[in-house]
Write a protein that binds this ligand. Structure first.
Ligand code: IPM
Ligand code: MG
Length: 355
């Protein structure tokens, strides 16, 4: 197949991890006879430096034309002063909204080879296979903001339509899994959450009667993710809760650097990015773990291009490389020398050679 893939490396470790993900996609194209055209674009701080805008028109156009977009990370201290007129993160939010990718799929799966890298005991990690679906284009991230010297406001709004479409996505995906959805909210305090819970409680049983549904308050969910993660199948929640819970859940898998994500809307076009940030503290040091970016490329193959065997081959190559002991610093075993970002990519590529 032929596909145009937008590549937005962004800031900090973004370019380093994205380069490895692109190498993996090139290897997939060679091995399976596809043609992927990669077109680079600017986003975040890099875009602010070059154009003054965090999501410039050229990038907007690329996002509209590409079959899928691969993103590294945005942000960094250089662009984060309290009075900065534009922030890199706003570029990412504008891009998510422009692409209409309202559902962010964040799979959290544990692997025995990484148990030792998690701060949690093995007994809590075995059999964890969760799909978090984070609403991505609404809520407090997109509400009206106000700031004076002595007060600040961030408005959280959700419409019925916004809640319904992400719940439907959760329902459809749950049917392909263990058919269990946990809807997470703060309905004891927030009106947006009361609306969310009412719609979930009515829509899911009506449209997906085969799926078991439970509701959990977000504070309790944060705890249950550590005490009984293996019980969960699909988690669905609003934008900010999903942001916070997935950083927490990443520690089940051993490292924030391991987690991929796919942001999808109603069509096939998607935005794929590791859930980690730009990690300015280790940028340019060849230390970053590219697995989250490479696994995001696997999700791109699966969700936007419909290439399931290719996606599985990439995932298998990643975990075989880790099992064979190729591990960046964040997941290195005690006493073992960590590999560089590029060497981690090499180890994955060895599992993807053309046959
Ligand atoms: C994420 C990130 C972003 C978010 C930031 C960089 C705006 O934390 O993708 O999880 O909060 O959505
Ligand atoms: Mg986050």
């Amino acid at each position: 197949m032929e596909a145009l893939i937008g590549v937005l490396a962004g800031d900090g470790i973004g370019p380093e991890v994205t380069a490895e993900a692109v190498r993996v996609l090139e290897a997939v194209a060679a091995r399976y006879g596809h043609r992927f055209d990669f077109r680079a674009g600017l986003i975040g701080g890099a875009a602010i430096d070059a154009t003054g805008s965090a999501f410039p028109p050229g990038t907007r156009l690329l996002c509209a034309e590409a079959h899928a977009v691969l993103l590294g990370a945005v942000g960094g201290p250089r662009w984060s002063s309290p009075d900065a007129p534009v922030r890199p993160e706003q570029g990412l939010l504008d891009m998510r909204a422009a692409m209409g990718v309202y559902a962010n799929l964040r799979p959290v799966v544990t692997h025995p080879a990484l148990y030792a890298s998690s701060p949690l005991r093995e007994a809590r990690l075995a059999g964890v296979d969760i799909l978090v679906i984070r609403e991505l284009t609404g809520g407090i991230y997109f509400g009206r903001k106000e700031r004076t010297a002595d007060s600040a406001t961030d408005v959280c709004t959700y419409s019925r339509a916004e809640i319904e479409r992400v719940l439907r996505m959760a329902g459809r995906l749950a049917l392909q899994r263990r058919r269990k959805i946990t809807s997470i909210d703060k309905a004891n305090v927030l009106d947006t959450s009361r609306l969310w819970r009412a719609i979930a409680g009515e829509l899911l049983p009506r449209e997906f009667p085969q799926v078991q549904v439970e509701h959990l308050l977000v504070d309790a969910a944060a705890m249950h993710l550590l005490s009984r993660a293996a019980d969960f199948d699909v988690l669905v929640t609003e934008n900010m809760f999903g942001d916070i819970l997935t950083d927490e859940a990443s520690m089940l898998t051993g490292s924030l650097g391991m987690l991929p994500s796919a942001a999808l809307g109603d069509g096939l076009r998607g935005l794929y990015e590791p859930i980690h940030g730009s990690a300015p503290d280790i940028a340019g040091m060849a230390k970053a773990n590219p697995c989250g970016a490479i696994l995001s490329a696997a999700m791109l193959l699966r969700h936007s291009l419909g290439l399931e065997p290719e996606a599985e081959a990439v995932e298998k190559a990643v975990f075989e490389a880790i099992e064979a002991g190729h591990r960046t610093a964040d997941i290195a075993l005690p006493g073992a020398r960590p590999v560089s970002t590029h060497a981690m990519g090499d180890a994955v590529l060895r599992g993807l050679k053309p046959h």
